[in-house]
Structures are given as structure tokens and as C-alpha cells.
Design a protein around this ligand. Structure first.
Ligand SMILES: Cc1cc2nc3c(=O)[nH]c(=O)nc-3n(C[C@H](O)[C@H](O)[C@H](O)COP(=O)(O)O)c2cc1C
Length: 231
């Protein structure tokens, strides 16, 4: 899957979405690779857990918009192949999952974000200003068995998408090692690490940020970063 995705990233330029994939996909997948697929497409929203003590939880726009993308008429950093859409953060999450032998969970909002980039930007701005926590789709994820939780997301308005705070609100991470990672369009992680640190009650959180365009060449860097964490 990894090589296939990497090839896709290399072959198909990252594009920007105004309409993306279905919202009832995304998934949680156990670390041995069985269970459902972690990227967009038709995976069911189920959670299968193994004895891994590491979880990769991520939010990616392509899995949180209403309409499956069938062409390159887009607005988030994704690639499309054979009708399947892969979010930038989803790809990085999958790479971390493999490197860390982790379980993976896609954070899915109940109400998808609009198909339109500007509308999503406006909605996000309001949600951030109001501190609104978008309700998440029900899942059978149980974080209690994990010692380490990676939290992945696209940087939105130089900060954290509110769905991440919904996830933190629903899942007690206070006794976990929390490691953020993010993808962005070139402006870096912004205020997101400190926001997440504040939300989980841990100061000085640091993580990995990747510009979406660089992701196709970043697999080794991601693996080295995971190794450096000494999980
Ligand atoms: C609502 C919205 C706000 C964004 N704000 C920023 C930003 O402040 N800085 C930045 O570098 N990229 C920003 N981006 C771009 C995304 O962070 C970037 O495309 C990311 O890799 C998308 O990941 P995904 O495909 O997993 O959703 C924004 C994208 C959206 C949709």
C-alpha cells in the first residue's frame, strides 16, 4: 500500500479539492494491516485494535467532505487515482502507522465540511473563533490501551482544525505521550502544537510538520523521525 501510495504521489501532482471523497469512509485499522483501509475510499468507520500501544489518530479533509471526487476539480492537498482520493495527512498517518507498528484511526466529523474551499475556510474561521467542537461520528475506538497517541491534521488558518479538539474532548489523553504531526501548504505548524498541548495539558509539545508538496519525497524523513522518538 505504501509503495503504491508513494508512486501515486509521485505520478499525480498534489491537487486542491473543492469536492472530495465520501464522508462515511476513513477508518481505524489494526497495526498488522488487516481491517479496513486507512485512506479515503470505501473503508468502513470501524475500529479494530491490536496489542499495539501506539495509536495514530488523524483528521484529513478528503475524508470529511460530502461528495466523492471523480476528477481533479479540487481544493485540499490530495491525490486522486482510479476514483480514490488520498488526503495529505492521511498519507503521512499511514506512513507513521507502518513505521511505528501502530493502530490508526481516522477522525470523522458527523457533518461533513462543504465541498467548497472558501466555504470551508469561512466555517473553520467561525468554529475556531467560537471554540465550537464539531460532533464526531461514533466509533468503537478505545484509547485506554495506548501509551502513545500521534495526532495528525492539516493546518487550518495557522492553527488546529476544531475536529482535533472534539477528539481530545472525547478521549482522555492526559496520561498519554501525545505527539502531533501536521501537513500544510507552506506556512508551517503555526500555533497548532501549543494549542494541542494546552488541550491535553502538556506543555512544550513538538512534532513533525510537512509541506504537502514535499510529502512524496518525505517517506524516509518520516521513518527517521519516528525512529528518533524511541517509542
Ligand atoms: C480551511 C483551510 C485552511 C487552511 N489553512 C492553512 C494555513 O493556515 N496554512 C497552510 O500552510 N495551509 C493551510 N491550508 C492548507 C492545508 O493545511 C494543506 O493543504 C494540508 O496539507 C491538507 O491536508 P489534508 O489533505 O490531509 O486535509 C488550509 C486548508 C484549508 C482547507
Amino acid at each position: 500500500m505504501k509503495k503504491c501510495l508513494l508512486a501515486l504521489f509521485s505520478a499525480v501532482a498534489l491537487v486542491t479539492l473543492t469536492a472530495c471523497t465520501g464522508n462515511d469512509d476513513g477508518a481505524s485499522t489494526n497495526s498488522d494491516g488487516s481491517g479496513t483501509e486507512a485512506t479515503g475510499g470505501n473503508a468502513a468507520n470501524t475500529t479494530t485494535q491490536t496489542d499495539s500501544n501506539v495509536l495514530v489518530a488523524y483528521f484529513s479533509m478528503a475524508e470529511n467532505v460530502p461528495t466523492p471526487v471523480t476528477d481533479a476539480d479540487t481544493s485540499a492537498s490530495t491525490l486522486i487515482s482510479d476514483g480514490e482520493v488520498y488526503g495529505a495527512t492521511a498519507y503521512v498517518a499511514s506512513t507513521i502507522q507502518t513505521a511505528a507498528n501502530a493502530d490508526i484511526h481516522s477522525i470523522l466529523v458527523e457533518e461533513p465540511y462543504p465541498d467548497d474551499y472558501d466555504a470551508t475556510t469561512d466555517q473553520n474561521r467561525e468554529e475556531q473563533a467560537d471554540g465550537f467542537l464539531p460532533p464526531l461520528q461514533a466509533s468503537d475506538l478505545d484509547v485506554s490501551s495506548y501509551d502513545t497517541v500521534f495526532i495528525g491534521y492539516p493546518v487550518w488558518a495557522t492553527g488546529t482544525p476544531q475536529a482535533i479538539f472534539s477528539f481530545i474532548e472525547e478521549n482522555d489523553l492526559s496520561d498519554k505521550r501525545v505527539i502531533p504531526f501536521c501537513t500544510h501548504a507552506g506556512y508551517g505548524s503555526g500555533s497548532s502544537y501549543s494549542e494541542i498541548g494546552e488541550a491535553v495539558g502538556q506543555s512544550n509539545l513538538s512534532g513533525l510538520d510537512l509541506e504537502a508538496e514535499e510529502i512524496p519525497e518525505s517517506e524516509e524523513a518520516i521513518q527517521e523521525w519516528v525512529a528518533s522518538l524511541e517509542l
